[in-house]
Design a protein around this ligand. Structure first.
Ligand code: FES
Length: 565
């Protein structure tokens, strides 16, 4: 097999000349022939001044390079896109597929025998795994790791469950302007990813559970010495992978992916991971079976006591033994023969673990946070292809609830009217937000965490049933139905709901229904608004033309590895 610098030669019509020219140019960087004869490990550099979740990437790169060189390889760092949740307009999801495309093509275009993908902030690890799924280059994920917690008046704070909780208190006039400003400087107290079981932590843990990242690398704090030792070890592992490594498609067997779904439920993980996993399935010519995912949830308990489903923060999860400890509680459900990118099987992650000293953050199987999994899949006439709810973070009193719909036609409409004192709304009503899905918004914003209307918040209302075709941050909480599919802007029945309609949510029976007759619903569907015109040009047009629905991962249809019927 062609290796090292000889891989993927630029086309000049003369292969020897292509190699001659490549070497001539790279020698300008001071490399010797000996260095250039080594196996090459590409390292994706996702550092950006706009991305504090990746603020430790330069140090991680240095440590990973050290590992590569200690093992006799040549590290080659190359830039790719970097996406931060708060610095991507209209949404980070809008850009995830672009990052996946860019990463896939840069790994394909440049000579490397293995690649280290450094990611962390919510969309980056999903984009990188999607990119790797169709690559012949073995890949290993190196998460950036969670940030440290802060402290406010004796209370620990961590982005971003506490961001939302305290902002809700501010909206309810329980916190004044000066205090919220003070809190603003304490929520993200170091570089690294959000320190709760949000999307970033969930996807890093899943990367470990499916065999794409070293044990403990999903949870080691971003600023810890252990994180940098793991980076060095990742570099060493990547060199070994240049000889023996499996491709990502070979690692992500159906058994490995199922292990990922089990892990997601046991973590009390982010609903966003469902979308990302659906996209990864799609890249592998498979379809995430939502009914199977729900069935897994009924069997798998939530064992991790982290916000937003529980109380703790990522540092404690790591200290408690991280993903290997969690998996050791689930061995009867997992397929421990699933391979790992860096050798061995998942079973190796759970063998020889140190004695357990902790029983609160990672619960023993018999003492779960919740007896069944974090996320349920709902269907009904309002969500023919499904919707999800993180019921582990919802008010149990609302698990079965019928209420009057109060409809918002868009995120902008919601922003304008939600706090209007003239808005007729009661605590038992159901907030419906539509046109906030993959096409509608566009970019499927994390707007599903519709705030409690201010006057109700002031009366002490903390949770209401909320339904949308949007996503929600993995750090958020509440009785919130998300990813209603198909979305309103793609002809879904959410478009036909009217303020005053009755809606029934029944989580135990997994149903979500608009209480109108089939005939009435069919008639209303005849007069829903026509899709909006396509953007005139550029990536926005490509996105609008090709983006799929949540059950297909919000990927582009032409990037999924199999045309859909
Ligand atoms: Fe980057 Fe939360 S904003 S992980």
């Amino acid at each position: 097999m062609t290796r090292g610098l000889r891989r993927r030669l630029t086309s000049y019509g003369d292969q020897d000349f292509s190699l001659f020219l490549r070497k001539a140019f790279i020698k300008a960087m001071g490399y010797s022939d000996d260095a250039l004869d080594r196996p090459i490990v590409g390292i994706s550099n996702t550092y950006s001044d706009y991305n504090p979740c990746h603020g430790n990437v330069p140090q991680l790169i240095e440590a990973a390079k050290r590992g590569v060189m200690l093992a006799g390889g040549l590290p080659m760092v190359f830039p790719t896109m970097s996406i931060h949740e708060s610095f991507a307009a209209p949404t980070s999801m809008f850009l995830r597929n672009l990052m996946a495309m860019e990463t896939e093509e840069m790994v394909r275009a440049q000579p490397m025998d293995a690649v280290i993908l450094i990611g962390g902030c919510d969309k980056t690890i999903p984009a990188q795994i999607m990119a790797a799924a169709n690559s012949e280059v073995p890949a290993i994920v190196l998460p950036t790791g969670p940030m440290e917690t802060g402290n406010h008046r004796g209370e620990r704070l961590g982005a971003c469950t506490d961001c939302r909780r305290l902002w809700a208190q501010y909206r309810a006039d329980q916190i004044d302007e000066a205090e919220i400003s003070d809190i603003n400087g304490k929520l993200a107290s170091s570089v690294g990813t959000c320190t709760v079981m949000g999307t970033a932590s969930t996807m890093a843990a899943i990367a470990e559970a499916v065999g794409l990242a070293l044990p403990m690398s999903g949870s080691a704090p971003a600023t810890s010495a252990e994180r940098f030792r793991l980076a060095e070890e990742t570099g060493r592992a990547a060199v070994a992978m240049t000889e023996t490594g499996l491709t990502t498609a070979e690692v992500l067997t159906p058994a490995a992916l199922r292990n990922g779904l089990i892990t997601l439920q046991a973590l009390g993980g982010s609903t966003n991971a469902v979308v990302h996993l659906a996209a990864i399935y799609g890249r592998l010519r498979r379809k995430l079976d939502m009914a199977e995912f729900d069935a897994i949830g009924r069997k798998v308990p939530v064992l991790v006591d982290l916000k937003p489903s529980g109380q703790g923060y990522m540092g404690e999860f790591h200290a408690a033994g991280g993903v290997p400890r969690l998996l050791s509680e689930l061995t009867d459900l997992l397929d421990l023969s699933a391979p790992r990118a860096f050798g061995g099987t998942l079973g190796d992650c759970v063998s020889d673990l140190p004695t357990r000293h902790e029983h609160q953050i990672i619960r023993p199987r018999g003492e779960p946070i919740a007896a069944s999994g974090a996320i349920a899949v709902l269907t009904g006439n309002l969500a023919p292809r499904g919707a999800v709810i993180k019921h582990s973070a919802a008010d149990p009193k609302l698990a079965v609830h019928e209420g009057r719909a109060v409809v918002f036609d868009s995120v902008e409409d919601m922003t304008e009217r939600l706090d209007d004192p003239a808005l007729e709304i009661k605590a038992e009503d159901i907030l419906v937000l539509r046109n906030a899905g993959p096409k509608g918004a566009p970019g499927m914003p994390e707007a599903g965490y519709t705030p409690i209307p201010r006057h109700l918040a002031r009366q002490g209302v903390k949770d209401m049933v909320r339904i949308s075709d949007a996503r929600m941050s993995g750090t958020a909480f509440g009785t919130i139905v998300l990813h209603v599919t198909p979305e309103a802007a793609d002809g879904g029945p959410l478009a036909a709901v009217r303020t005053g309609d009755r809606i029934r949510l029944d989580i135990p029976n997994r149903s979500l229904d608009l209480l109108v007759s089939d005939a009435e619903l069919a008639e209303r569907m005849q007069s829903i608004p026509a899709p909006r015109p396509l953007p005139e040009r550029g990536y926005a047009r490509l996105y609008a033309q090709h983006v799929t629905q949540a059950d297909d991962g919000v990927d582009f249809d032409f990037l999924m590895d199999k045309p859909r019927d």
